[in-house]
Design a protein around this ligand. Structure first.
Ligand code: HSE
Length: 301
């Protein structure tokens, strides 16, 4: 039979958690249809990108196919898998587009095994899938997409991770300004060395942030989410509407507002869906007034 699998989008960094925090979001993501084939290996039947996006159709470089292949190899499967990928997330948006595809590909291949592996066993496969797109093995988006919710990820080798349960619902206003930022560029402009006082500030900010997430204290989450001194101030210079959008979100009552991943997308935290809608309108208007067209969504965790 055929399986249909959803790979969710995710926010990453969340202010001071550069490469360390990922948050899975609802309603935005990629979809994979998959079925078994007698010929071994992964066959990418189609990869439907969004207009203007270029999704690799070579199974060696497509993240969904690479992750699926890793699962087949791990399980020593005799059969192959055909994949049809439908992208719902634009690449280069900061919403974990490649991670969503990797998770959908791996999970689809897993479901088609005689004996599917437990979720934890797919970590290596999804990291491998993400690495072909990102060029490095950061797990913040991909592990949030695999496990759902908030995930802490280490920068160590081997990579360690921990899922943090969130005690209360959270609504999110999200905008995608039409500004192109390559993750590579957004990483290359970061300083190689940082002042100790800023590193100390960030260590405390991340600790307070994670504690507030555990407590479901969204007001405190919002405050620490905006306290990054190492990465976001540098990247903000790549997003011309950054200050205006952040100001508008806070004026409209958001708990906090920050870039996600390497940008340009920005998100704001709200108590409920209605408030998130109001905040979203304010963010979109601010972006337009800065001369940057943007798409917007309300989502939840
Ligand atoms: N944590 C990574 C970064 C995510 O901010 O560069 C890239 O999508």
């Amino acid at each position: 039979g055929q399986v249909i699998v959803w790979g969710p989008g995710s926010l990453s960094n969340l202010g001071p958690g550069f490469d360390a925090l990922g948050l899975c979001i609802q309603g935005l993501g990629d979809r994979v249809e998959a079925w078994r084939t007698d010929t071994p290996g992964v066959h990418l039947v189609a990869a439907n990108g969004l207009p203007g996006s270029h999704i690799p159709e070579d199974p060696q470089t497509n993240t969904a196919a690479v992750a699926a292949q890793a699962v087949l190899r791990q399980a020593a499967a005799q059969h192959g898998v055909a994949l049809r990928l439908h992208k719902g997330l634009p690449a280069g948006s900061g919403l974990g587009s490649s991670a969503a595809s990797a998770v959908a590909g791996a999970w689809a291949a897993n479901l088609l095994l005689e004996q599917p592996l437990p979720r934890e066993a797919l970590v290596e496969a999804v990291l491998e899938g993400e690495a072909v797109a990102a060029g490095s093995r950061h797990g913040d988006n991909v592990l949030a997409a695999l496990f759902g919710g908030l995930v802490l990820v280490s920068a160590s080798n081997p990579l360690l991770y921990r899922r943090i349960p969130l005690p209360a619902p959270l609504s999110i206003a999200l905008i995608l300004p039409q500004v192109e930022i390559l993750t590579r560029t957004a990483r290359n402009i970061l300083p190689r060395e940082v002042p100790l006082r800023d590193a100390v500030h960030n260590a405390a900010a991340l600790a307070f942030l994670v504690d507030a997430f555990r407590c479901g204290d969204w007001e405190t989450v919002g405050r620490w989410m905006m306290a990054d001194r190492l990465v976001e101030p540098v990247r903000a210079t790549l997003v011309p509407c950054y200050e205006a959008v952040r100001h508008a979100a806070l004026e409209a009552g958001a708990f906090g507002c920050a870039l996600t991943g390497s940008g340009p997308s920005m998100f704001a935290l709200a108590a409920n869906e209605q408030q998130a809608q109001r905040i979203l309108s304010a963010m979109l208007e601010a972006s337009n007034q800065s001369g940057i067209a943007a798409q917007g969504f309300v989502t939840a965790v």
